[in-house]
Ligand binder design. Structure first.
Ligand SMILES: Cc1cc2nc3c(=O)[nH]c(=O)nc-3n(C[C@H](O)[C@H](O)[C@H](O)COP(=O)(O)O)c2cc1C
Length: 192
């Protein structure tokens, strides 16, 4: 159903329109690279983000599908990234755990404002071994571990089928490098 028509923009919409956006800056001296595999590029971008002062560059949005197929999203901490995928962890009794059981697919989004960069990752989900989940729990701080039984903590990996690297530019000539997984490896495409 269409929303109610209004002839004048609301105060809120006018306020939002004047909020600055794209206020970050491309990291100096950094050409956008295109290695054959997205993982080394992701590692480079997240470490550059940290070195440029991005607070908590490992905080990311995790999007899932609920039991009715309706999208859900929340912020999580990235635990690892390597050729096996992007790892994150949470409690077995959480909503996201039930959602990932029912629909083992997900998407991640990182936004590093000071360097005008964002990364989008999507793919299938795999639960890590019991040992890996236990090791992740053991590595958490005592406060974070308190009250969590070992079998109650789960590490998952997102096996990427598509990774998009977005480098913004203040003049809006943004660059997007998109990696798509193929039988032979990764196809790489640059999109405006
Ligand atoms: C910066 C930040 C980091 C977070 N990291 C985690 C995390 O690594 N694991 C986790 O279970 N929840 C984390 N949370 C809390 C989640 O966003 C969420 O509220 C919680 O996991 C419940 O989500 P669910 O109801 O979709 O399962 C974090 C929240 C913030 C703001």
């Amino acid at each position: 159903m269409p929303t109610e028509q209004r002839s004048r923009p609301s105060e809120m919409s006018a306020w939002l329109r004047v909020q600055p956006s794209l206020t970050g800056a491309v990291p100096p001296g950094e050409a956008v690279e295109r290695p054959d595999d997205p993982v080394p590029l992701f590692r480079k971008w997240i470490t550059t983000a940290a070195a440029t002062g991005v607070p908590e560059p490992h905080a990311m949005t995790l999007a899932t599908l609920d039991l009715d197929g309706i999208p859900d999203a929340r912020t999580l901490i990235l635990k690892d990234v390597d050729e096996r995928g992007w790892a994150f962890a949470s409690s077995r009794s959480s909503r996201k755990a039930a959602q990932l059981d029912a629909h083992p697919v997900a998407a991640l989004n990182f936004w590093w404002q000071p360097v005008l960069r964002a990364v989008r990752v999507r793919g299938r989900i795999q639960e890590a071994s019991v040992e890996e989940s236990a090791a992740d729990l053991a590595a958490r701080s005592a406060e974070a571990r308190a009250g969590v039984a070992p079998g109650e903590w789960v590490l998952w990996r997102l096996l990427a089928t598509r990774v998009e690297f977005w480098q913004g530019a203040p003049d809006r000539h943004h660059t997007r490098i998109v990696y798509d997984r193929t039988d032979a490896g990764w196809s790489i495409e640059e999109q405006a």
